[in-house]
Each structure stands twice: as C-alpha cells, then as structure tokens.
Design a protein around this ligand. Structure first.
Ligand code: F0G
Length: 456
C-alpha cells in the first residue's frame, strides 16, 4: 500500500506562514518577477533547491555541539576526513565551504587558458568556474538525455563514442573529464556504473584525469541498485565505493548528499595534486583543516555522509520524489521522464508551447507557480543558460524546465500535493499565461539577480 514510509519521525518543526494571493502578487512584483529575489519567509513550500535546505538528524545536531573549533588540526576535520575516506575511498580530502569552492580549487590547479573540460552536463557553477579559468566547457551527455519524454534508465550517461572521438581530436587541449552524478542539469538523471567504467577506460587511453562531480552520489548509487543488472544485491556503500574507484577524485557539495546545511570538499588519490590543492585552499577557503567551515559543520557532514548511504533513507528519498512526479503526471502536467533523484522537472516547452524560448517560458512558470500556491521552483532553461560568448545571443538549451527540487527529509507528501494542485490549475488555464522580458540583465549568472516584467 505504501510506496515509501519516512524512516524517521519529526522531532522539531519550523512554522510556515500562509500568504494570500494578493500578498504573493505584491511580493513577486517587488522581487522583479524573479523568485530568487523573494525572501524565504514569503515562500510556503520552497523547492528552489535541495542544497543545504534539508533537515539534519538528531545525531547530526548532536555533532554540532561537540564539533571542535580549531584553526589547524581540528578533531572535527579528522572525523570528517575519515568519513569521506571510508564512504568514498579517496585518501586525500580538502574541505571547502561548499561545492563551488571545490570546483574553484580543482580548476585553478588543473585548467589552463583555452583547455577543454568535458562533462556529461556541466552544472551552472561548474561551467562558470571553467569559464573563469578561461577554459572551455563541453557537454557530452547521450542524445537520449535531451529527449524529455524518452524512458531510459540512465539518462545521465556520457556518450562514450563522442567522448572517445573528442579526446582523439582534442585530447591534447583537454584538461580533465568529469561526470556529474546524478546529472542535475539533465533532470537529476543517474549515470550507470558501466558508463562510469567506460569513461575511466577512455580517460586512461588518452591519459586524461577523470573526476566525479559527486554532489548526489548516494542517490545515484540507489538508482544503480534499482536499475543496473548485477547490482541488485549490492550494499549502497559498496556501489558508492565502486563508482568512486574509477575516478582520480571528486568535487562535492555536502549541502546535497552530505545531508548538511553547508560544506563541500575535493577528494583525490594523488598526493602531489593534494599538495597543490592545499596551497590554493589556504588562499581561497582557509587552512586545509577547516576549508571555510566551522569544526561543527565538518562534524555534521561526517555524520551525514554515513547516514546518506542507508538504504531505507534512500528508498524514502527517491520514493518521495518519484511519487511527486507521478502525481503531477496523473494530473496531466508534462514532466521530464523518468523522474530523477532530487527533483521533478516540469517540461515548460510542453506546458507553455505558445511562449517562445526568448520569452523564458520556464522562468515565467516559476513566477506563476509562486503566485498560485506560494511554492518556489527554479528555472533550468534559457535564463540560466546565459548568452553564448561568441554570438552574444541566448545560448538556447534544448530543454526548458521548471525544477521542483525536494529538500531532504523536510516536506511531507501533503505539502508536495499542494504544489501538484497549483500546477494542475495553471495547466488548465495555460493559454492565459504570458512570457517575460528582462528589465535588468546582469552580465554573469544572470538568473540570480535579473529582473523582469510580464509581457502583455
Ligand atoms: N555541482 C552540481 C551538480 C550541483 O548541483 C551544485 C549545486 C554544485 C556543483 C555546486 O555546489 O551549491 O555547494 O556550491 N547545486 C545547487 C542546486 C545549488 O540547486 O542544484 P554548491
């Protein structure tokens, strides 16, 4: 009868304030029709991100109290390092304040001007950090990843043929290859172990370093257990170790599968690379035994990475997101399928076919959803994609999506059902909905601070 049952009970609650439609209309107008610029207290159900917004467990809160605040050699650092070594299997770990801090460190050391960085799909901060080092980000996900309705168990996979071809032609100018698990920009879709193994073999053939963007490593491992033949009986921990065993290192945002509210790391196998990373860590993040974090944060992460690989947690987690997607589909709302690990992505091209891409249909939908039920999602579409530096035109992505990211252990199914009902009623009157136009367009990472008006 139950697809998933919470493997916890709720021990502390944060009251939410209900708002009226009139209030929401005012708030979103004041925010320049950009949900990023709302105050979180103006939002009832915040599905903007699953990053740092989840609930920590009682044991994580307990670790916050005993965390050791020390600049150098903190006990909490060693606890954190040991947990990462134990769960992921990399010997060297540099803590960072969050995932993008890890990207900055790794790319500062590894990417030179004009060099390519290959990924299945770069997340926006990853792409921006490559560009900041004057590198060239290239996405080589399989073609199926761009087909919004095609059912495929591992839509996050890299296209191995194209990777081989790319490295045979441009290997000399390629700094490193990365794979993002799960593939956030492609809908939170998993990457198979066979694919990870394949990438590592091709990287070995061309002598290229291979890194994993590991933000959602445990969710990816759960999908492997569910969907990849041969791993049905494996423990999640063993699948995680197997995934990581093929890589030279990983970058991580502990705000996702670290089950923490802040933090990240770069973990590597090579001692010399570790040495270089720690030199830059001092400059960017702080001493290599705290990396921009308080000791208590590292202690909470240490506990979080041990909890996140528990199968009953992942069954609930993936089950809740999957149910959310199914409910939307039952109401006729077009979504990206299959449903990914951390979020449901509404397919705005099918939801609002009458709004052209240069009027930002997915961004507009995020505005309407807020006004309708006070829920906040995030556009993963043209506004996020930014402009093509060569042509100056919008860098139109193939998919135009509204991401509804589900924070971990935070909202109930009833709250998610409210979002379903909001989208259902918007879908029923979709023809009335209009697109947006910039009134202010910032030069970089424009989605965070842009302001808009609704077209009449
Ligand atoms: N890589 C991926 C795949 C991510 O999803 C994120 C963050 C990062 C790197 C950067 O990590 O935020 O800790 O600096 N994604 C969040 C999101 C922000 O909402 O998807 P960070």
């Amino acid at each position: 009868m139950f697809e998933h049952v919470e493997p916890f009970r709720i021990k502390m609650v944060e009251p939410l304030r209900a708002t009226t439609r009139e209030e929401r209309e005012q708030y979103i107008r004041e925010a320049g029709y950009n949900p990023f610029l709302l105050r979180s207290e103006q939002v009832m159900i915040d599905l903007l991100t699953d990053s740092g917004t989840g609930s920590m467990s009682d044991l994580q809160w307990a670790r916050l109290l005993v965390g050791d605040e020390s600049y150098a050699g903190s006990r909490s650092f060693y606890e954190f390092q040991e947990a990462v070594q134990d769960i992921l299997g990399f010997p060297y770990v540099v803590p960072t304040h969050q995932g993008r801090g890890a990207e900055n460190l790794l790319f500062t050391v590894m990417v030179r001007e004009g060099q390519y960085v290959v990924n299945n799909m770069h997340f926006d901060t990853t792409k921006a950090h490559v560009l900041h080092k004057r590198g060239r980000p290239v996405n080589l996900a399989i073609e199926e990843a761009y087909d919004a309705t095609l059912d495929h168990p591992f839509k996050g996979n890299m296209d191995l043929e194209r990777l081989d071809e790319f490295l045979s032609e441009r290997g000399e100018e390629t700094a490193l290859v990365m794979v993002t698990v799960t593939c956030n920009s492609g809908g939170g879709q998993p990457v198979s172990l066979a694919n990870i193994r394949g990438i590592s073999e091709i990287c070995a053939k061309y002598g290229k370093p291979f890194f994993i963007d590991a933000c959602r490593f445990a969710e990816n491992a759960y999908f492997i257990k569910q969907r990849e033949r041969g791993y049905e009986d494996w423990e999640i921990r063993d699948i995680v170790r197997e995934m990581m065993s093929y890589a030279d290192g990983c970058t991580m945002s502990a705000k996702k599968d670290g089950l923490a509210n802040i933090g990240g790391w770069v973990a590597v196998r090579d001692q010399e690379l570790y040495g270089k990373l720690t030199e830059w860590a001092v400059l960017f993040e702080g001493f290599p035994t705290y990396g921009g974090l308080a000791g208590r944060d590292m202690a909470a992460i240490a506990q979080g990475v041990r909890e996140v690989v528990r199968e009953e947690y992942l069954a609930y987690r993936i089950g809740q997101v999957s149910r959310f997607g199914r409910r939307l589909k039952e109401e006729g709302v077009p979504i990206i399928e299959p449903v990914g690990g951390h979020a449901v992505y509404v397919d705005a091209k099918r939801f609002l076919p009458h709004i052209p891409q240069d009027q930002f249909p997915a961004f507009a939908l995020s505005v309407y959803l807020y006004t309708e039920v006070g829920a906040r999602g995030v556009e993963i579409g043209t506004v996020l994609a930014g402009r093509n530096p060569e042509t100056g035109d919008h860098d139109y992505p193939k998919l135009e999506m509204l991401r509804l990211a589900v924070p971990r252990r935070t909202y109930t199914d009833a709250q998610l059902d409210l979002v379903v009902s909001g989208l259902k009623s918007l879908y029923e009157r979709r023809e009335e909905l209009k697109g947006l136009r910039f009134t202010y367009e910032p030069p970089v990472l424009r989605h965070f601070t842009a302001r808009f008006e609704i077209l009449s």
